[in-house]
Design a protein around this ligand. Sequence first.
Ligand code: GLN
Ligand code: ZN
Length: 753
Amino acid sequence: MNTTFTATVLGSPRIGPRRELKKAVEAYWAGRIDADELLATGAALRADMWSQQRAAGLDSIPVGTFSLYDQVLDTAAMLGALPERVAGIADPLDRYFAAARGNDTVAPLEMTKWFDTNYHYLVPEISPQTRFALDPSKPLGELAEARAQGVPARPVVIGPVTFLLLSKQVDASGPLLDRIDELLPLYAELLGLLAEAGAEWVQIDEPALVGDRTDDEIAVARRIYDELAALTQRPAILVASYFGSLGDALPALAATGIEGIAVDLVAGSDAPAWVPGLARKHVVAGVVDGRNVWRTDLEAALGTLVTLLGSVGSLAVSTSCSLLHVPYTLEAESGLEEPLRSWLAFGAEKTGEVVTLATALSRGRDAVAGAVEAGGSAVRSRREDPRLHDETLRARIDALTSGTRGRSEADVRRRAQQGLGLPVLPTTTIGSYPQTREIRLARAALRKGEIDQAEYLRRMRSEIGDVVALQEELGLDVLVHGEPERNDMVQYFAEQLDGFFATQNGWVQSYGSRCVRPPILYGDVRRPSPMTTEWITYAQSLTGKPVKGMLTGPVTILAWSFVRDDQPLAETADQVALAIRDETVDLQAAGIRIIQVDEPALRELLPLRAAEQQAYLDWAVGAFRLATSGVADSTQIHTHLCYSEFGQVIGAIAGLDADVTSIEAARSHMEVLGDLNEVGFDLGVGPGVYDIHSPRVPGVDEIEELLKEALAAVPAERLWVNPDCGLKTRGTEETTASLRNLVEATRRVRARL
Ligand code: GLN
Ligand code: ZN
């Protein structure tokens, strides 16, 4: 029926090697370019990507993983499942972007994490009114483009099971998966059209099958793929999984009539060689890590591949997932020194590794001996580098973690902290203040060499002076310095710690047009000198009120970096924690009495499978406690959490044992307080009473109302008053007005206690 292929990747980055797509999309939104120009930029990026992949030697190339915003939104558009509220927008591009970002009259779709990656997708809303209908123009259009270019194109679409499992049901209840039979004819039609247009293979992504799935869900998947396989007019079907093991879903898929299955052999532990049904399938083995930046141990990967050779029908080499999650190419990094550089592989280099491995399989290892040996010596050099094995550091951690990781009892601490002299319902903010034009100009001027470090310092201090004065004027109780010197809450620390390095151009898409440049954590983490004390003590010198020191926690630093893969994450977390701990001790010695250690990403690293979650939460909590237990009882530790549904981590929040936890709550009516009560949480808590995600200024009455709701769940002695998150994305005027209202509402509530 088809020819198999030997070397592929599951998807490609799309934001552009120099973030061309980001710039074009933003220019289109701002009205600076028209739709034709935007679409032409997209087409040029696709064409370049395909020709590079072909030149590298892939013999099957994913087509359709390009997106102007998000692949799940593309799927919703393809299936006629955009929300009703955008249906009236005539222009398809405007309609698409309205669903993504909202406009003056419609709210956007919600956004959430794409499995356990740092990519965020838009959550389709499906209601009983949704009438699915196929719009095949995107997959067909991109297929035609690729074929015109002579590319061995393999269209990629998100599968119906994953699409429904990731969507949100509105105005109805019951599992959305029940509606799969409405989607089946659309996929059948699409497969027919793709075959007609010349596709030999189609890749249907079903990453949702690597999570904990019920037997019923797996049975649905099995039935759907049996039905699709039974079609006569269709390409060969490759069902792709990634981000973990398929587990029971693997034999179920293998029992269907599909031709191929892609398995993630990096994040997952499936053993395709032991699944009898695979003896007649094309297995696409994801042995090259698609979401981390390390060079592959080719010898080890080859070993894995060879064990599969005799037991599966045919074999192709691939990345473990789409290359969406890594930067384009190392070639854009001129500042990277050896041997560090030799340890890495970004998108283009990983593609090369796939081809090398495929060549070794087809022509023997000798055909690529040079590449395999070069890879081997890089892997060895990394393994043996002393920067990855600091025995003194490791001994220090062992000594610190051999006992308990905790502090004194909460009551003892509470008494010791009474000296802070705080009023009931203390008011505070989360750390950052608006990033003003002056701050941005100063940063740019420093980068361009127009001002020197001393002048930059002077300007940041003046900014801190303004922020402290503003807080005093507003009457807040616990002040912050405002974080003007920080570009980013992780990068700022990564830049000052040993064991990390920064890339110049290592951008990856976070969502839509937003890109991040995660630091690379390659070695043992050490803090050569204090990172924040100078700033915080300067702020403290300007006021008699306590100033909170502001640090990022170990889990968040890991979650927003590329991390080493040669030791358990828990070990790396403890190293970062130790650096933060040393910083808290220095802050305390410098006279700072309150220190906040932010962990907004606590939930982000939560494993997909329930069986692995507790172990994660244990080490995550342990790292936080290591970071925060070096200070005296009289030093008050705060933490801050946001971006999440806290459900699965609520017990862990209590486990952090921070004296005060500020937590996002304004939009969810203080619900989190009830959840915290249920797990016996009895420490200080500041549920956000000002939603900083919106420019709206909350009124005094509204904040008062929220405080009353909070007081229904938490006694006044434990309640703090603060916004939901940092203020850096907001404007000065609206934050000033909002904080003024927050202080006033607190006064009113206090007066009636
Ligand atoms: N302290 C940080 C700030 O205020 C916290 C940011 C966050 O939670 N994402 O900006
Ligand atoms: Zn936050």
